[in-house]
Each structure stands twice: as C-alpha cells, then as structure tokens.
Ligand binder design. Sequence first.
Ligand code: ZN
Length: 58
Amino acid sequence: MAKILRCGDLMPGCNFVAEGKDVAEVMAKGAEHAKKDHGIATIPPEMVQKVQAAIRDK
Ligand SMILES: [Zn+2]
C-alpha cells in the first residue's frame, strides 16, 4: 500500500507532503525535503522515530 507523510505533522506550518510506494521511499523524500527546506542535513534518530510514526497508509 502507498504511504504518505505530511511534514506539517512534524513541522507545523509546512505544507510538504511526501508520497511513496513504501516507507523507505517516503523517508527518502522526507529526508531530501528536510535538508532542502528545513536545513536539517542529518535527521537525528529521535526524529526518525517521529517521522516513521507520522507516516500513514494512503
Ligand atoms: Zn517540511
């Protein structure tokens, strides 16, 4: 099942939505977005957990 991540769940005010065929693809898109738009070069482990918890089935 396709997965979706709304960045606004983690970063209030952000409208970015990452969609992918699986969690890995969504994480990759989310990491790219975090780097480009939030200046987060490396996502800390505690944030990875929050991101994974925020990923939903589409
Ligand atoms: Zn964002």
